[in-house]
Ligand binder design. Structure first.
Ligand code: NAD
Length: 406
């Protein structure tokens, strides 16, 4: 009987134990996570859960009953403290250790912090865990002004949730753009949408200090790099996240912006695979290595990784995918925008699909905004790698199945 250990209990860890149990009905399977909760998904923490529209059990992929029925051990509240790849042993914070035949690293990422005067004051927080979302939920309920540092996904999703609750919000962004992953034009549309909802932006701005009474009193505001002050009772730091590679590093695995894996998701050690935020994976669709810190990677990579561990032939070659909900806007994004891409739009201001074409006319990225029935067709064009006709693509009367060039 084999033993498989999965370290990390986010969506990636949950999917990994599920897939492993499907593939091997006999194996001992153990999930380790430092947080004292069964795995939960993170997207709702900055959206529906924050707004009280979704409960934890609605985004818990595997129930306690599933673990019992499937004889998978969930060792939650326990950290993996060391990984001895030579001996194939993982050491745990409760003093025990487990010998494994195969190990899945799904340790995710941790929010970056900033080294600022006042960052330790009461009222300053990051957002990654359920407890941190609960803390932010009470900020939204208080109605007190919130400063958000960072114009990325967490920053703007939380800004939308806060404005939905009429909380005064100032977003401070180091650059002159938000959501840079979407390119300038689309980023500017998001900026305009947030301004329409009353979010105040300080662009090309930094926080010099987080202020309050005395050295350690609660937050009363922030001082910007140019000396101006912004009032706030709470500050959310949302300046990105870094992969948690300590265990991988302890095991001597190859690391470079995450754990290096090939397209079967195996690391430099044949008994260890890596999935989700920490995996810097060779992806045949991308044609390069890519590390994706989005929900879909945690959802899809474990299927490949589990098959690799049991000796099947499986490859990860999906175009990157993510989604967001902000106010009345819901969107899905697929692919990667190449440098110098041509942007083609199909549809109007509120419901549209944006397409990004490479020089040779091949579609490399697409974003459907408030359009929900075209995902499969978009995926098909993206994976076909055939040139498309931009005029047909822009014409909503031409079905997406008929947009190829020539
Ligand atoms: N809908 C989604 O897919 C979704 C939602 C939430 C979070 N996430 C993921 O969670 C992770 C964390 O989200 P996030 O919003 O913190 O990161 P992000 O990478 O989306 O945005 C980071 C922001 O912080 C700024 N920044 C970076 N370093 C800074 C510094 N030293 N000082 C000031 N500003 C700085 C960047 O310019 C950017 O505006 C990301 O990987 C993100 O993709 C995804």
């Amino acid at each position: 009987m084999k033993t498989y250990v999965v370290v990390g209990g986010g969506l990636g860890g949950a999917k990994a134990v599920e897939e492993l149990r499907d593939l091997d009905g006999e194996a001992r399977i153990v999930l380790i996570d430092g947080e004292e909760l069964l795995p939960y998904e993170r997207p709702p923490l900055s959206k529906e859960y924050l707004l009280g529209e979704k409960k934890l059990d609605e985004f818990t992929p595997l129930s306690a009953g599933w673990f019992t029925d499937n004889q998978v051990e969930a060792r939650v509240g326990i950290f993996a403290t060391d990984l001895d790849a030579g001996q194939q042993i993982v050491h745990l914070s409760d003093g025990t250790s487990i010998h494994y035949d195969g190990l899945v690293l799904a340790t995710g990422s941790r929010p970056r912090t900033v080294n600022l005067p006042g960052v330790a004051r009461q009222g300053v927080q990051v957002l990654r865990t359920l407890a941190e979302s609960d803390q932010l939920k009470s900020v939204l309920e208080s109605g007190e002004p919130l400063v958000i540092y960072g114009g990325g996904w967490i920053g703007l999703e939380v800004a939308a949730a806060a404005r939905t609750r009429d909380v005064p919000v100032t977003v401070i962004v180091r650059e002159d753009k938000v959501l840079r992953q979407l390119g300038d034009e689309i980023g500017d549309r998001f900026l305009a949408m947030h301004r329409d909802h009353g979010v105040v932006f300080e662009l090309n701005a930094t926080i010099a200090s987080i202020d309050g009474d005395g050295d350690s009193g609660p937050v009363t505001g922030v001082t910007l790099g140019d000396g101006r002050k912004v009032d706030a009772s709470h500050v959310l730091i949302a300046v990105g996240a870094d992969p948690r590679v300590e265990l991988a590093s302890a095991a001597g695995l190859d690391i470079d912006d995450g754990v290096l894996v090939d397209d079967t998701l195996v690391t430099s050690d044949p008994h260890i695979v890596a999935v989700g935020d920490i995996a810097n994976a060779q992806n045949t669709w991308v044609g390069d290595r890519i590390r994706v810190q989005h929900w879909a990677a945690a959802l899809k990579m474990p299927g490949v990784a589990a098959r690799t561990l049991v000796g099947d032939d499986a490859h990860y070659d999906d175009p990157p995918y993510f989604y967001t909900d902000q106010y009345d806007l819901g969107m899905e994004f697929r692919g990667l925008i190449p440098d110098g891409a041509r942007l083609v739009q199909r549809g109007g201001d509120d419901e549209y699909i944006a397409f990004w074409l490479r020089d040779d006319g091949v579609l490399r990225a697409a974003m459907n905004v408030n359009v929900w029935d075209q995902g499969d067709a978009i995926e098909e064009i993206l994976t076909s790698a055939k040139p498309v006709d931009p005029d047909k693509l822009a014409d909503p009367n031409v079905p997406l199945g008929e947009v190829s060039a020539g």
